[in-house]
Design a binder for this molecule. Structure first.
Ligand code: FAD
Length: 452
């Protein structure tokens, strides 16, 4: 190794570590292989040591040791991120948060958790008291709350509450800095956005305070449509009906439903489907609204959110890509945001231009109070050049792209830049640039002795 790992290990004492090569290889990966471009770039990246802290005191000790010995530190949550977010590009320490998984406390509408708690486990503990997380990614069964806040953007629930970055969706975050004497900082309110989707470059999150929503009995529905555009129009009508309580609305174009092994019998050949989660008190209103559209309800049953069964939502968001990968390896994907006032039109234009090459599904999401749709189109992959041509066609129609085929925060953002707040904050909390190096390209350390 190019780092003094022995000296580092001596400093961190009895904290659990692993140097096992198989472990190191396995844990240094996430779902970056969804991108054929990143698959080749990242396959050989591997950490030098995995460290598993038990509590915040352990995290502080590891941060101090990394600073002292100038060893990079990459935080690993559930490792379901998509762009090598938790792949240690420069090796060093992989900080595995899995053991810091305690719920600290809850009160009506709020839960305080350690960062390594799994989303699934959080809901399981808050539901009996009548509350659940406002939103979760489709990877809820594996992902951690720290990984979701540091790497994710939104998901099931965002049709009502917006993305993770909407004001109010993170109440507080507690972080450990990487300095000679690491500090513990509690970021409250809007300040917590300094760590949101920063890929773990702006501090090691040890705890989070998250707002909750009332836990409702949800009903899973599938509606089949002759026409994809009609499924979007209906999805939009339900999305805009504020009195109809919902958690998920995802119109999906044929042939994608062909790949949904578990739902195949409810997805008629050649039809588009809308997958939804509707509050049980709203199901009649949902069905009444459907009468004005050309769809047929093919499935309606209470959501079973259990670890042992593939939930309906694991066919939406980026799980639609995963279901397709299971039958066709020659695909890839994009992450897009349709213009709120041209959702149906812009999706139709893309459909006409790239028939057979781009397969669309949309997920309705409220952003800044405006109902719009994000989408994770599945794309038949030919060459990187063609992929970039498709992205240009999206952007020409006012559809924003968060490029999932790049490694840095800047290139992967819809705005192609890092948040100014996050950049300034990084200088305060990680002056040597040891946290997840290579992910924030605008950061140039000012301190002598820095890595880069
Ligand atoms: P990881 O992958 O482990 O980490 C993500 C990033 O956060 C990394 O940069 C890591 O360094 C950093 N990090 C993790 N923990 C901490 C911490 N304690 N402190 C500081 N930094 C930390 N995302 C969505 O937003 N919505 C979706 O619906 C969605 N669907 C997906 C479907 C599939 C099939 C896949 C493969 C991915 C999907 N994703 C989605 C992406 C990803 O699953 C989520 O963002 C998830 O929340 C990441 O959590 P994780 O614990 O796996 O994080």
């Amino acid at each position: 190794s190019r780092y003094p790992i022995e000296a580092l290990l001596a400093d961190i004492g009895d904290i659990a570590t692993s140097l096992d090569p198989a472990d190191l290889r396995r844990k240094s990966r996430d779902y970056y292989w969804y991108s054929p471009i990143l698959a080749t770039r990242l396959k050989d990246k591997v950490a030098d040591v995995i460290v598993t802290p038990r509590d915040e005191a352990d995290v502080i000790r590891v941060a101090a040791a990394c600073y002292r010995h100038r060893v990079p530190l990459t935080v690993r949550g559930g490792a379901t991120g998509n762009y090598g977010q938790c792949v240690p590009l420069e090796g060093g320490v992989l900080l595995d948060m899995a053991a810091m998984n305690r719920i600290e406390w809850q009160q009506p509408g709020i839960v305080r958790v350690q960062a390594g708690a799994k989303l699934f486990d959080i809901d399981a503990q808050t539901r009996p008291l009548g509350w659940e997380l406002r939103m979760h990614p489709s990877t809820k069964r594996m992902a951690q709350i720290g990984g979701f806040v540091a790497g994710g953007s939104g998901g099931i629930g965002s049709v009502t509450f917006g993305g993770m970055r909407e004001p109010g969706n993170i109440l507080a975050a507690r972080i450990v800095t990487v300095e000679e004497r690491p500090r513990v900082i509690e970021l409250r309110g809007d300040a917590a956005q300094k760590i949101s989707r920063a890929y773990g470059t702006t501090g090691i999150i040890t705890a989070l305070e998250m707002p909750l929503a009332p836990a409702l009995p949800w009903i899973d529905v599938i509606v089949a449509f002759d026409d994809f555009a009609e499924s979007i129009r209906f999805g939009r009508a339900i999305a805009m009906a504020d009195g109809v309580v919902k958690k998920l609305l995802a119109p999906i174009e044929w042939p994608l439903p062909q790949n949904f092994a578990g739902l195949r019998q409810y997805c008629p050949d050649g039809k588009a489907v809308l997958l939804g989660m509707i509050g049980s008190m709203s199901i009649e209103s949902f069905e009444t609204l459907l009468e004005a559209f050309g769809g047929t309800l093919t499935y309606k049953a209470p959501s079973e959110d259990v670890l042992t069964k593939v939930p309906l939502y694991e066919h939406t968001w980026n799980h639609c890509t995963l279901q397709t990968f299971k039958v066709d390896r020659n695909i890839t994907y994009l992450q897009v945001l349709y213009p709120h006032d041209r959702v149906v039109e812009s999706a139709a234009e893309i459909g006409a231009r790239f028939e057979g090459e781009v397969m669309q599904h949309l997920e309705f999401i409220r952003i800044n109070g405006l109902m719009t749709a994000s989408g994770i189109p599945v794309i038949r992959f030919s060459t990187p050049e063609r992929l970039y041509e498709i992205m240009a066609a999206y952007e020409a129609r006012g559809i924003m792209i968060a490029n999932p085929h790049v490694l840095t925060l800047e290139d992967g953002s819809r705005y192609k830049r890092v948040d100014a707040d996050q950049l300034a904050f990084k200088h305060e909390v990680d002056p040597l640039g040891l946290l997840n190096p290579g992910k924030m390209r605008s950061f140039v350390p000012r301190s002598p002795g820095a890595l880069q």
